[in-house]
Each structure stands twice: as C-alpha cells, then as structure tokens.
Design a protein around this ligand. Structure first.
Ligand SMILES: [Zn+2]
Length: 327
C-alpha cells in the first residue's frame, strides 16, 4: 500500500471506531443532569388538569393560551416551550400591569392589546430570561431595586445563550410564524422604576404590594393583591421542581422567604405562579416550608445526579445542590 492510501485507510478505520463508540455511549454527566431537571418528552403530561377548570380566552396568537382567573386578571401561558412560562395581566381602572413577559418567543404585546386598551407597564418578579423576554415591547418596566435585576435587564440575553431553550427537546409545537431562531435575542432594557419592600403598585381600584423574597434569585419579589386575596409568586413557588440549585440561589434566603410568605398566609387564598399552573391553593406554601425543613434536616426522598438532588414532595419538588445541605 502506498503511503497516501494507507493514511486514507487509517482515517476510515478511525472514523469507524468513533462511530462504533458513539453508538453505545453512555449519557454524559451533563445530559443526565438535564434529564433530572428536564425530563425527555416532558410534554406528555400536558395539558395539566387545572386548565380544564379555567375560563379560556381566545386571542390571535396561537403561541399563548390565555385564561381569565377572576375579573380583570389573566394568565398568559406558553405551553409549548419547556419552561411553561406564565405571565399575568392585572387590569385596574386607569392602567394595567403585566407581571413578567415570558420567553420572548411570541408576540405578547399583541395579546395584551387584545385584552385591554389601557396603558400597560411591566413589573418583573426577577430577571431570569424566561420572565423578561418581551420587556422590550413595553415602555415602562419596574423591577426590584437590586443590582442583579438591574444589570440583567440592562444586559439582555444573547442568541447563543438562548438557543438550547428552542432546541428540539425543549419544544413540542412549531415556533410562531415569523420567529427567526438564528437572530432571536432578548434585547437589553432600562428599568424605568425600582421597587422596594412594601412598595404599593396602585392601579386605582386595586393595588399590589411588593414582598421582597430573595432566594431563587437575589432580586426576586412576590406581589400581593390583598383585595382579591391572590399572591403572585413567580419562581419562589410554582407546582413543579423549584429551582433552588442554580448559581444565583441562596438557600437560606429562599427558606427565609418561604417562611415570610407562610407568616402572611391569612392574607391570600390562591397562588399565581410563574410556571406550569396559574392557580394553586395557598396552603402549598406551608408544604414548601416543611419540605425545605426536611431537606435541611437530612431527610426526604431524592434522586441525585452530578451533585444535583431532586427531592420529591406532594404537588411540587425541590432541586438543590448536594453541597447546600448542612451535615
Ligand atoms: Zn427564575
């Protein structure tokens, strides 16, 4: 065999070996981790039962499902992307607010304009990407007065960081018409007002009180609608695996925030959460408080992978890093 031909033979042989190895390769630690956090075919459990009990409102935007929860209060749900993000339109007499703007994949402003003619401003519960995606469509944006929120809003999110969230395994319906995955970003925005603990957002006939609840992120808030006895909890509580494992989580703050919400349980009956279900009985907060206590006491059932533990409870789970748990 001539030297040139033997090189080609070696390359072909190497390729065959690589293909063979790839065929039975074990999932990487990263892939296993993501299976614990994002199960394959997560959409098979949809639709979630709660939605059959809620009043659906049709809009021109098929990417979203809209539900009227009570008068002048709508859940705007994105069921086709893994996050199952939910934003809320709260309409007052003179103006309205949108609590979080979702992933930015669909045209939220169009939906909002079909639900109210009043001026609408944004209140972000925190600045993770799946809550700020459509902020750029609105002129007024409020977030908690914390450097983490402010800097994330000012930075926006790049196409490269967003691409995994629209990969095949994260979607089960086509992306909206006109959406271009190759140019999609979350544009930077400037917050126009900064919220503090106890700030009251006045919509004239109804108001929302800001409750500072750090933990899931350093600038997380919940919003209490006292008149209607609803607490908007965003990612501090939702009926799914609570994310208490990420780099920006402070688990002690998270537990303190849940205890703070528990101490005010007499003021609300329902939770409007940031993912999955928009209408959950408030007693879940007590169970989350108990769940965290169990975890920190070294109890509770869990699966662990790559240093992440998923603890299983009734109606929710908690994801933590193993190194967060005191011995
Ligand atoms: Zn979040």
């Amino acid at each position: 065999m001539k030297k040139g031909k033997s090189y080609i033979f070696l390359i072909v042989l190497l390729c065959l070996i690589l293909v063979e190895c790839a065929g039975d390769k074990k999932p990487t630690a990263e892939e296993e981790k993501s299976e614990l956090i994002q199960p394959a075919k997560w959409w098979e459990k949809l639709p979630r039962p709660i939605y059959a009990t809620l009043e659906r409102v049709e809009t021109s935007q098929p990417w979203f499902e809209v539900y009227q929860l009570i008068d002048d209060t709508y859940a705007i749900y994105e069921p086709y992307q893994f996050e199952e993000a939910i934003g809320y339109l709260v309409v007052g007499k003179k103006r309205a607010i949108i609590i979080d703007t979702g992933t930015g994949i669909g045209n939220l402003k169009q939906v909002v304009s079909e639900l109210t003619q009043l001026p609408v401003s944004v209140v972000n519960t925190h600045a993770h990407w799946d809550h700020i995606g459509n902020d750029y469509q609105f002129e007024e944006i409020a977030c908690y007065n914390h450097p983490d929120c402010i800097s994330r809003l000012r930075s926006g999110v790049s196409n490269a960081s967003l691409r995994r969230s629209i990969a095949e395994e994260s979607l089960w319906k086509p992306l909206p018409e006109g959406f271009d995955p190759t140019t999609w970003t979350i544009p930077p925005v400037e917050p126009t007002s900064l919220l503090e603990e106890g700030t009251v957002i006045n919509l004239r006939d109804r108001s929302l009180e800001v409750i500072y609840t750090p933990g899931h992120s350093p600038g997380s808030i919940c919003l209490l609608d006292k008149q209607n006895r609803i607490l908007f909890t965003s990612d501090t509580f939702f009926p799914g695996p609570l994310y208490a494992f990420a780099e920006d989580v402070d688990i002690d703050d998270y537990i303190a925030s849940i205890e703070k919400l528990k101490s005010r349980l007499h003021e609300y009956d329902y939770l409007c959460s940031g993912h999955n279900d928009p209408w959950v009985k408030s007693e879940a907060i007590s169970r989350v408080a108990d769940g965290f206590q169990e975890i920190m006491a070294g109890k509770g059932e869990y699966k662990e992978d790559n240093g992440i533990r998923r603890y299983y409870f009734d109606g929710f789970d908690i994801l933590v890093r193993a190194d967060m748990i005191r011995k």
